[in-house]
Design a binder for this molecule. Structure first.
Ligand code: PEP
Ligand code: MN
Length: 276
């Protein structure tokens, strides 16, 4: 791939580690969990405590929601960020939250430990430049119609502004298939590892949009070599104001975390042994 001056794989195979509050992303396996959107203090703090209890490493929650319809719930904005701050103080979990507007990058960055740039904004080049200047680690999701090369070039915009702390996140691409919300492209995980030194996460919640597929696709993401997962979890999924059909209950999330631990042990064993 051409012109990946800063994001392309290094000759010595060295990979980027993004440090966030004592967590070494790219080295430690990371699970970012929490609701699609921050809806209230009670919903956010209860979800945060539940995911922490189950072993999540970071907390997610959208205060600014990029919605298909302008009439749908758009998020609580500043109030949502203050609630996230409260949830962080209650649990000690770093916060990942999305920014959708260039004008908001610097002040949202004061609340967020990691700024997320969503699929719909992956190629918003002004937003990428601001994200690069923010000095915050950036979780850059893959656009739903984007090739690997286009995606890595978007990361390149952030690194070119002097910010090396970029985490990529596969969240499904559009295909002819309508049974799932998106088509989760797990082949991108080893492809990113071959072409770039940046950490690669997988979001099976938006990637499938189907509750029953989130656990198998999370396990498969670990098998494919993902450095972490981003998962939607809600204390009461049926009452969620957005993405209610794909948010795990705390119980389902707890079961998934136990299975992930087994899969990670298996993967560690496979990488340390040579067979045949
Ligand atoms: C999200 O993670 O809240 C989100 C909106 O995801 P995506 O940008 O991948 O659709
Ligand atoms: Mn969502």
């Amino acid at each position: 791939m051409k012109n990946l001056k800063l994001t392309g794989a290094k000759a010595d195979g060295k990979r980027t580690i993004v440090e966030v509050g004592g967590i070494r992303v790219g080295e430690d396996f990371v699970v970012i969990a929490g609701p699609c959107a921050v809806e209230s203090e009670d919903q956010m703090v209860r979800t945060a405590v539940a995911v922490k209890e189950a072993g999540a490493t970071m907390l997610r929650g959208g205060a600014f929601k990029p919605r298909t319809s302008p009439y749908a719930f758009q998020g609580l904005g500043l109030k949502g960020l203050k609630i996230l701050d409260k949830a962080r103080r209650e649990t000690g979990l770093p916060i990942v939250t999305e920014v959708i507007d260039t004008r908001d990058v610097s002040w949202v960055g004061e609340y967020a430990d990691i700024l997320q740039i969503g699929a719909r904004n992956m190629q918003n080049f002004s937003l990428l430049r601001e994200a690069g200047k923010s000095g915050r680690p950036i979780l850059l999701k893959r656009g739903m119609y984007s090739t690997l090369e286009e995606w890595l070039n978007c990361a390149e915009y952030i690194l070119a502004e002097g910010n090396p702390n970029v985490i990529l996140c596969e969240r499904g691409i559009r295909s002819f298939e309508t049974y799932t919300r998106n088509t989760l492209d797990l082949s991108i995980v080893p492809s990113v590892k071959a072409q770039s030194h940046l950490p690669i996460f997988v979001d099976p919640s938006h990637g499938t949009g189907v509750l029953g597929l989130i656990e198998p696709m999370s396990l498969a993401a670990v098998a494919a070599g993902a450095d972490g997962l981003e998962l939607e979890v809600h204390v009461d999924p049926s009452s969620a104001l957005s993405d209610k059909d794909q948010q795990l209950s705390p119980e389902a999330f707890g079961r998934l975390m136990r299975k992930l631990a087994v899969m990670r042990r298996t993967m560690a064993e496979l990488s340390s042994e040579s067979y045949g």
